[in-house]
Write a protein that binds this ligand. Structure first.
Ligand code: GAR
Length: 190
């Protein structure tokens, strides 16, 4: 059985969806959820579902190697970012080369980069007058939103959309595709 560890900073609806998907799978389980925000709802969601969930601070991620240590100790096969807002440090990237993935709520390479997350992305898409948006699942590297793209799915942007209606449509795509793409990656690692 393979082990998935999730890093998340916020609400955690994707994390919860992935946990639930793999709770019915034999080949892999989410065994760890880590968050850089002590009050993040994702920690509560994971704990409620019986998954070990911990907070870590900047120094445990970037200086002391403690986050890397726990990922290793848990025999993590795949690190999944789900609404995680910090850059991943070099030692973690190296230890999990080709085994760290992220989801972005737009069609990269547009609308990515530092500061582009969540509703800010949807607002930018609406302000640019795009006729479509979507999701991008990609490998994680040392820069924001610029690793090799694994998968994209599209949805329309409707004339009367606001940030909330667009976010809802994009979230639905995330819930449908992220667990399936993760599952395929576990079958065929890079
Ligand atoms: C998701 O839409 C995810 O794509 C986005 O944050 C949201 C987290 O929602 N990630 C980024 O914007 C990364 N740049 P959730 O906490 O409810 O899963």
């Amino acid at each position: 059985m393979k082990n998935i560890s999730i890093l998340a900073s916020g609400n955690g609806t994707n994390a919860e969806n992935i946990i639930r998907y793999f709770s019915n799978e034999k080949k892999a389980k989410v065994t760890l959820v880590l968050s850089n925000k002590p009050q993040a709802k994702v920690l509560e969601r994971a704990a409620t579902l019986g998954i070990d969930a911990f907070f870590f601070d900047r120094s445990q991620f970037y200086d002391t190697g403690e986050v890397l240590m726990i990922l290793r100790r848990r025999e993590t096969d795949l690190v999944v970012l789900a609404g995680f807002l910090w850059l991943v440090p070099e030692d973690v990237l190296e230890a999990f080369r080709g085994r760290i993935v992220n989801i972005h709520p737009a069609l990269l390479p547009r609308f990515g980069g530092k500061g582009m997350y969540g509703d800010r992305v949807h607002r930018a898409v609406l302000e640019a007058g795009c006729k479509e948006s979507g999701i991008t699942i990609h490998y994680v590297n040392e820069k924001y939103d610029s690793g090799d793209i694994i998968f994209q799915a599209r949805c329309p942007v409707l004339p009367d959309d606001d940030v909330n209606t667009l976010a809802e449509r994009v979230h639905a795509l995330e819930y449908k595709h992220y667990p399936e793409v993760i599952s395929r990656l576990l079958d065929n690692p890079e």
